[in-house]
Design a protein around this ligand. Sequence first.
Ligand SMILES: Nc1ncnc2c1ncn2[C@@H]1O[C@H](COP(=O)(O)OP(=O)(O)OP(=O)(O)O)[C@@H](O)[C@H]1O
Ligand SMILES: [Mg+2]
Length: 472
Amino acid sequence: MESPRPDADSVFLSDLHRLVRRLIEQPDDREAVETPLGALVRDHLGVDARTVPVTIEKVSPHRLADADIALELLAADDPDARLTGVSGGAERHHEDTQNLLASRYATFAPGPVEYVTTVTGPQSTRQTVAFGLRLFRFEGAPVAVLVRNASPMHGRETVGVDVLATDSAVATRLIERLHTEMNEHSVIRGNVVSFAADEYGRGLGALTFLERPAVGGDDIVLPDGTLDRIRGHVIGIGDHAERLRAYGQHLKRGVLLYGPPGTGKTLTVEHLLTATPGRTAILLQGGSLRFVAEAARLARAMTPAMLVFEDVDLVAMERGMFGGPQPLLFEILDALDGVGADADIAFLLTTNRADILEPALAQRPGRVDLAVEIPLPDADARRALLELYARDTALSAQALAAAAERAERTTASFAKELVRRAALRATLAGHELGDDDLVDALDEMQHAAADITRALVGAAPDSAAGSQPHSH
Ligand SMILES: Nc1ncnc2c1ncn2[C@@H]1O[C@H](COP(=O)(O)OP(=O)(O)OP(=O)(O)O)[C@@H](O)[C@H]1O
Ligand SMILES: [Mg+2]
């Protein structure tokens, strides 16, 4: 039998095979040639840059501005400090520092510095070095520091800070100082920030700076003593941090606010933020709760700090960031534990499902040392709420009291909405807001609530005027 003739494919494959073997056995023996950038670094360091160790430090993308500020500070001690960019097109994004200084293929030269606009506060931005090389003296020794912004499209998820110094101990100390200055001069310090999940739902999204809210104690109606207890725990401990520390008492504290929707949990958090100007606050909720570990790290670096986890029940059963066996809720509770007890950090958790949290909290005791119920308002509280939200109107005390009596089992946010509806009715009808509008608005809202209830239980909505909620 005749053996089959080799087809074109197998000829090609065997050629390719030979070629690959040749490439492996005979590596490219072209010497890496010092680039103009390498020459600049050699002039500065006084030795061939190819022989100098590179100490690589990775920094979270949301701390690019902090790293830039810190490096600028470190370089400011040296009147001859220089900052340059790197030319060489897109190639420079693919090469590591050593290859930028000596390359077989490309020539990288000093060029324009690349900047990016970073957000540094609710109202401020900063031109920040996104690709640049700083040459300066640190502790008297010449150093070169290359900073590159994170660039996921080039496979870099973090900011790279590469330090070249003939003595690598100098580089290590420089990086230590870098972190100290980054934390001390951080743009985050003293601000209220929140993480946003990025559009692909992975990695760290952008850090958002929020305006610090302005909610006074008078803007909140809670049962007597409730706000004082919360304030004492969150703010009071911070105010007396030094004395408590001297007594050997820990400062870390965890507060859980639980209760039905619309009763003032978030409002209370906003009040606490208002009452602690200058305290760094990090807010996580919904999808961004995944960033608990990063948020805890940030809080620790920015003490005194407040770390807020809103609506934790929503993630109670969700798997963690790394899909491990621990639900995200345990990750959050463990993050509370991972922070040193003497750190002045207040953790605030809010939920309207204390029943879901309870078993988890029982399994991880000591994480929450104050749990406060934010209940539905009673009749007195409803009246106080209506008075609060009607303070700019001429609605009479009797009308407000009557509405408070009628609006049984409603939330605080209901009281606010009621006054708004009454004002809306009067305005649209073209007359001054009066007590009748309040009565009509309450009728309307109670009917609407009853309709929704009926729709939810599957009965046809009854639109007949005068229909009342079911009685049992
Ligand atoms: N106790 C309260 N005193 C005064 N106003 C309140 C109170 N509770 C709620 N409100 C009003 O209702 C709005 C919504 O309340 P808030 O967001 O604090 O509710 P919540 O308890 O956080 O609800 P959820 O569980 O849905 O997050 C507040 O911005 C405020 O205007
Ligand atoms: Mg809320």
